[in-house]
Design a protein around this ligand. Structure first.
Ligand SMILES: Cc1cc2nc3c(=O)[nH]c(=O)nc-3n(C[C@H](O)[C@H](O)[C@H](O)COP(=O)(O)O)c2cc1C
Ligand SMILES: O=C(O)C(=O)c1ccccc1
Length: 383
């Protein structure tokens, strides 16, 4: 089915072609692309399509409440903006537009350490909670300074990305010769940004060379103590898919986890996040909230993730689509559509509160979230 857009987009996905029409081709492919064959990008969406809902009935849905708390702060919906580098690629105001849009809905924005606006300027415009995403920088002194600046500017949490010891093989970036235009910089890594940033060489991604120059792949469990000793902010680990890692993180007292495969941009072949979620939730056993990102494109996706145990979900690319299509108003509309669709899905699923989103709402309970059983070749299986 082809969607025709008359006036304002009616779905989040209708923002994608609007964004594409306004972006340089290489930037579009940088946003959309994943690693390798992009099988994990597809898997994130396929998992949401595969899992189906068994609505409840007769449960008085005259008032459906999407409001919640996220790391203790009130939010109008269980949503947030996932960290993404260089929002200025999508619109001129960059991260300032994003935090204003998210603030209107009172949902958190995770600002990337590779943001294209200074933390201070972003914080000045923020009307909702802002968190800071960190990569483990080679230069520990720079990392420490970044953390201090974010604390001073009023950021509320640190999100350490742990799925990126190096950037994944983003073939579209290389094929389309993606590089940052000269006016876009990473002001929070002042003076640290090397020349790779704006260069393009055939066959390799300028972005991955510049990221790899910053990111220290030696990051390991013992480093978490260092971060803990340098901040009072909650620490969130982003990019956990394994139950064993989740249990270890919870043992160490992290404040939250984000089940994420970086939107399929890191390990091609990594699990879909909705498939990994139930095992992670079980392993954490209530010790901290578990969030999810990757492939959330509508209210029923949010409902499915929450029923499978997520406390909230984060959205990546759709926010960039909104920014590219219509700046702050576009990003706000994308988040508003998600919230409205969630409210609608709750009503039709017979769930007036987020607390009523439990695994039994999904076909075969949380087991439905595991990949479909493979064909059983045994004689018993064929009977
Ligand atoms: C253009 C782009 C840039 C990103 N940059 C970062 C980043 O700097 N740090 C990070 O932790 N994740 C980054 N991500 C991953 C997102 O935080 C998130 O995990 C992913 O986009 C979620 O999937 P979705 O786009 O399907 O919603 C980026 C994603 C995109 C699309
Ligand atoms: O593009 C990304 O996914 C990403 O994580 C990143 C990391 C460093 C610099 C720019 C983008």
């Amino acid at each position: 089915m082809t969607a025709t857009t008359v006036g304002r987009p009616l779905t989040i996905e209708e923002y994608a072609p609007l964004a594409r029409a306004r972006l340089p081709e290489a930037t579009w492919h940088y946003f959309e692309g994943g690693a390798g064959t992009e099988s994990t990008v597809e898997a994130n969406r396929a998992a949401f399509r595969r899992v189906r809902i068994r609505p409840r009935v007769l449960s008085d849905v005259s008032h459906c409440d999407t409001s919640t708390t996220i790391l203790g702060e009130p939010a109008s919906a269980p949503l947030g903006v996932a960290p993404m580098a260089y929002h200025e690629l999508a619109c001129e105001e960059g991260e300032v537009a994003t935090v204003r849009a998210a603030g209107e809905l009172r949902v958190p924005t995770v600002v990337g350490i590779f943001a294209s606006r200074s933390f201070e300027r972003i914080a000045e415009h923020a009307t909702g909670p802002v968190w800071l995403q960190l990569y483990w920088l080679h230069r520990r002194g720079v990392l420490e300074r970044v953390v201090r600046r974010a604390e001073d500017a009023g950021f509320r949490a640190l999100v350490l990305t742990v799925d990126t010891p190096r950037l994944g093989r983003r073939l579209r970036e290389a094929r389309h010769g993606f590089h940052l235009p000269p006016h876009i910089t990473a002001p929070n890594l002042d003076g640290e940004v090397t020349g790779f940033l704006h260069e393009h060489e055939d066959g390799s991604s300028a972005l991955s060379r510049h990221a790899d120059a910053f990111i220290d792949p030696s990051l390991n469990w013992s480093d978490l103590d260092w971060l803990r000793s340098r901040t009072r902010l909650p620490i969130v680990l982003k990019g956990v898919l394994s139950a064993a890692d989740a249990a270890r993180a919870a043992d160490l007292g992290v404040d939250a986890l984000i089940v994420s495969n970086h939107g399929g941009r890191q390990l091609d072949g990594a699990s879909a996040t909705l498939d990994a979620l139930p095992d992670v939730v079980r392993a954490v056993a209530g010790r901290c909230p578990v969030f999810l990102d990757g492939g959330v494109r509508g209210g029923t996706d949010v409902l499915k993730a929450l029923a499978a145990g997520a406390r909230a979900v984060f959205v990546g690319r759709p926010v960039l689509w909104g920014l590219a299509a219509a700046g702050e108003a576009g990003a706000r509309d994308v988040l508003t559509l998600l919230r409205d669709e969630l409210e609608d899905a709750m009503a039709l699923a017979g769930c007036p509160s987020l607390d009523s989103l439990t695994p039994d709402l999904l076909d075969r309970g949380a087991a439905a979230v595991a990949p479909a059983a493979s064909y059983d070749e045994s004689p018993e299986g064929r009977r």
